[in-house]
Design a protein around this ligand. Structure first.
Ligand SMILES: [Zn+2]
Length: 316
């Protein structure tokens, strides 16, 4: 074997390993390898190296793929979070807009309802206030079968509680309005009496008749705010052939109070509740005489100084 052939084979080895040689050259290399253990050894080494290098490349490729995979996963997580965030923010914003819209709608409804109901109640309330300004008026409340009447003329008044079934006067009160309230004498039954001075509370004007002229719940209905007025309902009804607005205040599912406002004069004529109890109101002006507000039994003098003083003023 010539030494030169080994050198040629060595030069051919890289191409042999890469398999980029002709069939004849390949056979030439293989023939030589079979005969020359030295070249075989070198070729084996080279082939091992080649395998290692391939492995290395594979490994490198593998880690690159892994990196790309991880990178993609991370990108996907970010995308996912971004989408979730966008959905969350959009929904939240949508919810807020929707809530605002609903609140606005609810408020509009409440406001329109308030305007409608309040106009009726306020008109009745103002008419009662106007009524109280009269210098000659009578106001009678029928509570069941009893009546509580209030007669007023030029600063003097009489209030009386009568039980209709027995036609019995429970008490009669005579009074005279003064600067900050009223002085009064009250007779109970036959012989008992009381006398005293009563201050009007600070938020009432002097000579205010509110204490005697009042409709159950009217002021409460009148002072109801927009949202609270949602518990008020209005319907049309008639009472003793009088056309009325009936304003019902629902206290809860079962309980309610109603004020019946006569349409003709826009004044309350009746109060009812869920138990069928009722109070009726009678309003009149200009019918009260001096006789109506004057103590009839002028002889009922006593040794009480305050009583005598008030009696003198009531008689004068
Ligand atoms: Zn050789």
């Amino acid at each position: 074997m010539i030494k030169n052939e080994c050198e040629i084979i060595k030069d051919l080895m890289p191409n042999y390993i890469e398999d980029v040689i002709s069939k004849e050259t390949k056979e030439f290399v293989e023939n030589h390898i079979q005969k020359c253990s030295n070249c075989k050894k070198i070729l084996d080494e080279l082939q091992k190296e080649k395998v290692n290098e391939n492995n290395k490349n594979n490994l490198k490729e593998f880690s690159e793929i892994n990196y790309l995979k991880k990178y993609n996963t991370r990108i996907n997580i970010f995308k996912f979070i971004a989408i979730i965030l966008i959905i969350a923010i959009t929904s939240m914003w949508g919810y807020i807009l929707y809530r605002n819209y609903c609140n606005k709608k609810n408020y509009e409804y409440a406001y329109n309802h308030y305007e409608y109901v309040h106009n009726i109640v306020a008109t009745a309330y103002e008419n009662v206030e106007k009524f109280k300004e009269n210098e000659n008026l009578s106001f009678i409340k029928y509570i069941g079968v009893d009546s509580q009447s209030f007669y007023y003329k030029d600063g003097k008044f009489k209030q009386e509680w009568v039980t209709k079934d027995e036609n019995k006067i429970i008490w009669t009160k005579y009074g005279i309005m003064v600067e900050d309230g009223y002085d009064m004498i009250q007779f109970h039954g036959e012989n008992n009496y009381a006398a005293g001075h009563f201050n009007f509370s600070n938020d009432k004007k002097p000579k205010d008749k509110s204490e005697f002229v009042n409709v159950n719940c009217l002021e409460t209905f009148y002072r109801m705010e927009i949202m609270n007025s949602l518990s008020l309902e209005v319907r049309d009804d008639t009472f003793e052939n009088k056309e009325c607005y009936v304003v019902r205040n629902k206290l809860n599912d079962k309980e309610y109070d109603e004020i019946w406002i006569e349409k003709k004069d826009m004044i309350p004529i009746r109060f009812t509740d869920e138990f069928g109890r009722q109070i009726r109101y009678e309003w009149s002006t200009g019918n009260v005489t001096d006789e109506d507000v004057t103590i009839k039994d002028k002889s009922r003098k006593t040794d009480n100084k305050l009583y005598n003083d008030i009696l003198d003023r009531l008689l004068s």
